[in-house]
Design a protein around this ligand. Structure first.
Ligand SMILES: Nc1ncnc2c1ncn2[C@@H]1O[C@H](COP(=O)(O)OP(=O)(O)OP(=O)(O)O)[C@@H](O)[C@H]1O
Length: 240
């Protein structure tokens, strides 16, 4: 089995007139849930877009499931959920999922499974534009789960969700990882960090940490991820 689902080295990305990622490197172990955490604007979405092969002006190496990021053979092997819902508002949840299953050539039996996985069975016949924001993002997630992709990249999937749904979604992420998928989940909510197998902490286009939550807390002698993040920022400023 492949050890690393993603390997990045010396990743630099320029957007507009600015360099927004400044030489990032890390590996994502296959079958794990990695949290990509950092404040708004630090470059999480840019990094995610580079991994899924959608970002222009990328230099450095990114290997995804053993292939260069963006390779045509990766289509169907990666599920990507953006911050914007990617489902049609004028179709029901069921119609959306059936449509994307047909487009992707995924067995019809998968449709009910992915809707149940995101806990939308009770809303399967509701039009997406009548759902709450959190329900809409779960409908997008259901589509991303079609075909059981080996790599799932989720950009802030828990924004706006209540604590119970957040807990249930994190439980789902770990079930998917236990079944062999690799997940990269971005968030700017630090308290989600403890739910991850591993953390990438970002700030201003750089990685401040690439650790397990426990190792990160130990290394700065705190029990609070937010405090750990602040300490790392101070250490970095002191080292300059
Ligand atoms: N289309 C663009 N053109 C130029 N610069 C951009 C563009 N999109 C984003 N940026 C800049 O790139 C930087 C990283 O943005 P990015 O969206 O990756 O951050 P983020 O960490 O995902 O933020 P958020 O948590 O708010 O989604 C920001 O400084 C942003 O202003």
């Amino acid at each position: 089995m492949m050890k690393n689902a993603v390997s990045c080295h010396d990743l630099v990305v320029v957007r507009g007139a600015r360099e927004v990622l400044h030489g990032i490197g890390f590996d994502l172990r296959a079958g794990s849930v990695t949290g990509l955490l950092g404040p708004s604007g630090c470059g999480k979405t840019t990094l995610i877009r580079a991994i899924v092969g959608l970002q222009d002006r990328v230099t450095g190496d990114i290997s995804v499931l053993g292939l260069p990021a963006g390779a045509a053979e990766l289509r169907g092997r990666i599920g990507y959920v953006t911050q914007e819902p990617s489902v049609y508002g004028d179709l029901t949840v069921l119609e959306n999922v059936r449509f994307f299953a047909a487009v992707l050539g995924v067995a019809a039996a998968e449709v009910d499974r992915v809707i149940a996985a995101v806990d939308l069975t009770g809303h399967a016949d509701a039009r997406v534009d009548s759902l709450s924001g959190g329900q809409r993002s779960r409908a997008s997630l259901a589509v991303a789960l079609l075909g059981s992709p080996e790599l799932l990249v989720l950009d802030e999937p828990t924004v706006g969700l209540d604590p119970v749904l957040r807990r249930d979604l994190w439980a789902l992420f770990h079930e998917l990882a236990d079944a062999g998928s690799t997940l990269l989940v971005s968030s700017h909510v630090m308290d989600e960090a403890s739910r991850c197998d591993r953390l990438l902490l970002m700030r201003d286009g750089e990685l401040l940490a690439d650790e397990t939550p426990e190792a990160l807390l130990d290394s700065v002698g705190t029990t609070d991820i937010e405090q750990a993040f602040l300490t790392l920022i101070e250490r970095k400023a002191g080292a300059r």
